[in-house]
Design a protein around this ligand. Structure first.
Ligand SMILES: Cc1cc2nc3c(=O)[nH]c(=O)nc-3n(C[C@H](O)[C@H](O)[C@H](O)COP(=O)(O)O)c2cc1C
Length: 156
């Protein structure tokens, strides 16, 4: 089991529908290849985590690096890990909306979103913490069945 985390900058404007379509296509392909992960988009940058076998990650990542919709790809980690963080999520797209103050956050995801409105490229290896936090929120939501509705609200 390997995990790859990278950030990149969008090269052409993507509206929410374009982003959703991208994630749907990515998700069905990734699921076929036994990959899981998340793709965060804040309107300017992408932050993606891909997990699965080394060979399958490489197979999917090659066309990603050649995709003209983004540039400045920076790999923050690509190495072996014990477990998946995003089991069941082929490629969960999370489009972060306009920044809202943390005081208005209603769910753990809202709270996390409010923390995330900053440049990921400049965080360097700190983006790994962002990915881990998402993994933790997913795990907590799944442990608490009554909160699953909130998770699916968020597109999970
Ligand atoms: C930021 C970003 C992330 C992407 N992530 C994935 C992904 O996880 N899986 C995937 O199959 N395609 C992903 N794509 C799309 C691929 O770059 C490519 O368009 C897709 O694999 C289809 O390639 P093809 O037209 O050569 O078949 C992503 C594209 C972008 C811009």
């Amino acid at each position: 089991m390997h995990r790859l985390v990278y950030t990149s900058t969008q090269a052409v404007p993507l509206n929410p529908e374009d982003f959703e379509r991208l994630c749907e296509q990515a998700s069905s392909r990734n699921q076929r290849l036994g990959l899981s992960g998340i793709l965060l988009f804040n309107g300017q940058e992408f932050l993606q985590c891909l997990e699965g076998d080394h060979a399958q990650i490489t197979e999917v990542f090659k066309p990603i690096t050649q995709d003209s919709r983004h540039r400045d790809i920076q790999i923050h980690c690509f190495g072996p890990v014990a477990d998946r963080l995003f089991t069941g999520w082929g490629m969960q797209g999370i489009h972060l909306g306009p920044n809202r103050p943390a005081s208005e956050a209603k769910t753990a995801f809202d709270y996390l979103d409010a923390q995330l409105h900053r440049s990921w490229q400049s965080l360097g290896a700190g983006v790994l913490n962002v990915v881990m936090e998402y993994g933790q929120v997913k795990a907590e939501m799944e442990k608490a069945p009554q909160r699953r509705a909130l998770l699916s609200d968020h597109g999970g």
